[in-house]
Write a protein that binds this ligand. Sequence first.
Ligand SMILES: CC(=O)N[C@H]1[C@@H](OP(=O)(O)OP(=O)(O)OC[C@H]2O[C@@H](n3ccc(=O)[nH]c3=O)[C@H](O)[C@@H]2O)O[C@H](CO)[C@@H](O)[C@@H]1O
Ligand SMILES: C=C(OP(=O)(O)O)C(=O)O
Length: 419
Amino acid sequence: MDKLLITGGTPLNGEIRISGAKNAALPILAATLLTEETVHLSNVPHLQDITTMMNLLGRMGVELVLDEKMHIDINSRRVHTCAAPYELVKTMRASILVLGPLVARFGEANVSLPGGCAIGARPVNLHIDGLEAMGADIRVEGGYVIAKAKRLKGTTLYLDLVTVTGTENLMMAATLAEGETIIENAAREPEVVDLANCLIQMGAEIEGAGTDTIRIVGKERLHGADYTVLPDRIETGTYLVAAAMTGGKIKLKDTSAKLLDAVLIKLREVGAKITTGDNWIELDMQGQRPKAINIHTAPYPAFPTDMQAQFTALNAIADGVSTLTETIFENRFMHVSELQRLGAKIHIEGNTAIITGTEQLTAAPVMATDLRASASLVLAGLVANGETLVDRIYHIDRGYERIEEKLTQLGASIRRVSR
Ligand SMILES: CC(=O)N[C@H]1[C@@H](OP(=O)(O)OP(=O)(O)OC[C@H]2O[C@@H](n3ccc(=O)[nH]c3=O)[C@H](O)[C@@H]2O)O[C@H](CO)[C@@H](O)[C@@H]1O
Ligand SMILES: C=C(OP(=O)(O)O)C(=O)O
């Protein structure tokens, strides 16, 4: 099994390109099930989750043609099964995103509940309740969501909790439903907006994406489109934190500062000098040690839970004591015990981590438990004294494209080893 071997101590310096967003590309790939015409996608990141989604679509009969730059032509004319089997989707939560499109276009779906995950229980009850309210007949049996429907009917849906993939699933389903659907308390994440923009290019009528009320008027059919996926704000944020932790100076290209307001505010509080342009962000830490900052995760536009682990690593070496409160997932502190192995001084009280910054972490073998937890261990490895070996990096390959190449380009000492 591959591991990452990191020798800490080099301030990051240089320029890299940010990839397309995993959490936008996944629902957009699922959305191609809504039309029999070809959808052409660009800026799809080369990641394990994307491969899993493409394998799943391929197994259903979707034709996918891709070139080495990950431009993909996708055609769902010949779908012959509406099943998403457990063996194919167990490693990826986002597989549930095929549920809405399948029910809306084919009137049936047999989709495995996504497998257990280290960050929390992550039920999909709101996806199911919403589709039922639109007229689908759904039962959950043997670990599968089995749905049948004649044409879905538009209605007003109120989501009890802000759910990103729940909003996406219901928005996709509503594009082919009869009449108008209103989603109240919708997620406002940029990835929801990106999906809506792609659906609009496919002929959908959607207003209000990016606000908490989304209105969709269903169409008889959608058509093909040519769409470019937005940049990955979490990948962007992760590299910015890496530069801040190492006291470096980096420029990230093909990204957008507009997606990262809450994160950039926190990085400025840490002491980073940040300059932005239309499609780039530069961070200069001027060799300083970061200042400790308090963080509270919440749905967009507040501070993203997907950046919590990376800021835990930053606070572990920062000057001062900080608190970091996780409000989205009940079990998203699995990285804490691994960071403690590197010398971090953190204790957990309920859903808050209290962190006393220490000037120097010391290398140790550590184990990744989920995607962003693994990123936090890599960041800690970049500043730890000695060689840190990060195990179970298949988690990181789910969400970071060529991470060791990009960090090497920025001057880090990191390589993939099989041990
Ligand atoms: C592929 C993708 O886009 N993943 C992102 C998405 O995950 P995902 O869409 O799974 O996360 P949700 O926004 O749905 O989860 C928010 C909260 O709602 C709860 N909930 C959700 C649905 C439901 O039916 N019932 C329920 O109780 C969840 O357990 C969680 O506590 O948003 C999360 C929150 O920003 C991010 O961390 C993930 O990176
Ligand atoms: C939690 C994440 O992804 P997923 O929802 O796909 O598990 C993430 O991207 O940090």
